[in-house]
Design a protein around this ligand. Sequence first.
Ligand SMILES: [Zn+2]
Ligand SMILES: [Zn+2]
Length: 109
Amino acid sequence: MVYRDDFNVSCQVCSRPLEKFRGENFTYSRCPGCQGIFIARAALETIWERLVKRPAPRVEWSDRAGERLCPECHAPMRAAKIREQAIDACAAHGYWFIKGRLMRLLAAG
Ligand SMILES: [Zn+2]
Ligand SMILES: [Zn+2]
């Protein structure tokens, strides 16, 4: 379900306001333009346990800067990987998945 309250966080790729989605005990944000998904670590773990019935995989952080800024604090994110899939990560706020990447990871279990 989409809701809009005071949430005003923009995609740092295409500048559109992110839409926030609320599930049971978790939320995540999605860009209606590029379809990127931004999700906090705790929410990622909740989704994984709910849908895959297993703990979320480890995130491997690199020393390199990521390609994007964090939509919440606008600081450069760090390049990271989950199962060899590239993501961008902000230590304080969460992970950015390009279009379709999170769903593919979830589908692969
Ligand atoms: Zn976008
Ligand atoms: Zn941040």
